[in-house]
Design a protein around this ligand. Structure first.
Ligand code: SAH
Length: 472
């Protein structure tokens, strides 16, 4: 992780003096920014411009018509040098440093003790955005987005919380019960009322919630984390991750998604990574039941969609047998991510009207899996866990009567930064198992609908075969 050179903190200024030096619009901008706080503003400018005069008056600032002198720093807790004159600003910074008053020099991050953030003000809630001076325009751009996404009334909700804090501490003893109360408060009917401006109603509803029986039962969510790209996670999954006390995850789930949970949530890896202990399905079910019985809220995080080759069936059965309430949160399954990457339609009018989710692993026996028949009937087949058995998949489908020239796309690490798209035909598919360069999870798509796939930057599935064909 890259480290910050500055530590973001909120500096107390209410009732204290903040000094701003400068005559022009840079100083005026600081006056406007600081007037969002309860600081006492002292503005020093020998010849203040019209903009500064207006802003200083609006902010109720003390205006000193003098050139800057060190005594202007007296009693100040922060200082801003905004004269737009380098030598003057440098002098102010030195004087401030001598007086041990932290100083900010406009547009000179190297001379600053602190950096001013772009600010979204929903007092008492504040969002401060900083780029350590690297890209102020980016910070402002982000501020506009955050401004638009935070309700103007959000401050009321924060005020209500402040108001309730002492009562909550008295009524709800434990950390867990308290945390759940706050989570419910900010997401439910209380929030709705507070945001609508009904402070009394919000408060009454909050008191009602506090008095209700505490919910000590555990809960399990089986959550699909999607194929890997972090922004293919659903909003619901993201929200529920914030609620989990425990996150039980597979190794295919990206670490960024696991990191999205609360910082204090316990993470349990039941990953299937080579050379590491791999929890058996029975052990995973035991962990879920044990943790839920302890009253904890568990997110069982799986790659893709939990209901597709995710062993969700076993886990739901174990939870149901133990009487543990649970819910499923769907995710983008690998087949959809692969189709998107290869720009290959999975169904196509007049060509393919059904879709099969298959695994390569039922090909071990000599009997043809029934999906081979569906493929013959024109279904597009999405093969999960098919890399090592790619040869057998191709062989059995051809045996069943599918043309060796049927289009195939194999997508490794679909949707991730290191994704690779390989295209070819059923004839080339066995080469996939032999390729040493393909080591990530692979989704194989087979079917005539793929012939319609748009041109994408793909490599040949079987490089050898491609070369031979080209030579012939
Ligand atoms: N529940 C998951 C599938 C789990 S089985 C889902 O819905 O996607 C594991 C198999 O999924 C892998 O062997 C691979 O075939 C496929 N897979 C998962 N993530 C993938 C990805 N990013 N790219 C390609 N295939 C992937």
């Amino acid at each position: 992780m890259a480290r910050l050179t500055s530590f973001p903190a909120f500096h107390k200024v209410a009732g204290r003096i903040v000094l701003i030096v400068g005559p022009g619009s840079a100083a005026a901008a600081k006056v406007r920014l600081l007037s969002e706080t309860e600081a006492r503003l002292r503005v020093v400018a020998e010849a203040p411009g019209a903009e500064l005069l207006a802003d200083a008056e609006r902010a109720g600032a003390e205006l000193i018509h003098e050139p800057f002198a060190p005594q202007h720093l007296e009693g100040a807790v922060l200082a801003f040098a905004a004269t737009e004159d380098e030598a003057a600003d440098r002098g102010i910074a030195e004087a401030a440093r001598a007086a041990r008053v932290p100083v900010n020099v406009v547009d000179r991050p190297d001379l600053c003790d602190f950096i001013t953030p772009a600010l979204v003000n929903r007092a008492p809630l504040a969002v401060a955005i900083g780029t350590e001076g690297a890209a102020p325009v980016l910070a402002r751009h982000l501020r506009a987005k955050i401004e638009a996404s935070l309700a103007p009334e959000l401050g009321r909700l924060a005020s209500l919380a402040e108001n309730l804090r002492a009562t909550v501490a008295r009524v709800l003893p434990g950390g867990e019960a308290r945390r759940r109360f706050w989570a419910a408060l900010f997401d439910g009917p209380v929030a709705a009322r507070a945001l609508a401006g009904d402070a009394a109603g919000a408060r009454a509803e909050a008191i009602r919630m506090m008095a209700a029986e505490p919910d000590v039962a555990g809960f399990v969510w089986l959550v699909g984390a999607g194929p890997g790209a972090i922004d293919l996670l659903t909003l619901r999954a993201q929200r529920i991750l914030q609620e989990a006390d425990v996150i039980v995850h597979d190794s295919l789930v990206p670490s960024e998604v696991i990191a999205m949970g609360r910082r204090d949530a316990e993470r349990i890896s039941v990953g299937k990574r080579k050379g590491r202990h791999e929890a058996t399905q029975a052990e995973i079910c035991d962990i879920l039941v044990r943790e839920a019985r302890a009253g904890r809220r568990i997110v069982r995080l799986k790659s893709g969609d939990p209901m597709v080759f995710g062993r969700a069936g076993e886990e739901m059965a174990a939870l149901a047998a133990a009487g543990i309430p649970h819910e499923i949160v769907p995710g983008v399954t690998a087949a959809f991510a692969a189709a998107a990457s290869a720009k290959a339609p999975l169904t196509l009018r007049g060509v393919s009207s059904s879709l099969v989710f298959a695994t390569g692993h039922d090909l071990d026996g000599r009997t043809l899996p029934d999906w081979a028949g569906l493929a013959l009937g024109g279904a597009t087949v999405a093969v999960y866990m098919g890399r090592s058995v790619a040869g057998a998949v191709a062989e059995r489908l051809v045996e069943a009567g599918l043309s060796p020239s049927t289009p195939v796309a194999a997508v490794e690490n679909a949707s991730r930064a290191d994704e690779t798209i390989l295209t070819g035909t059923l004839r080339d598919l066995p080469a996939l198992a032999e390729r040493g360069d393909v080591t990530g999870p692979v989704l194989i798509l087979i079917g005539r609908a793929l012939a319609e796939s748009e041109h994408v930057a793909a490599s040949p599935l079987a490089p050898e075969a491609a070369r031979n064909t080209a030579a012939a």
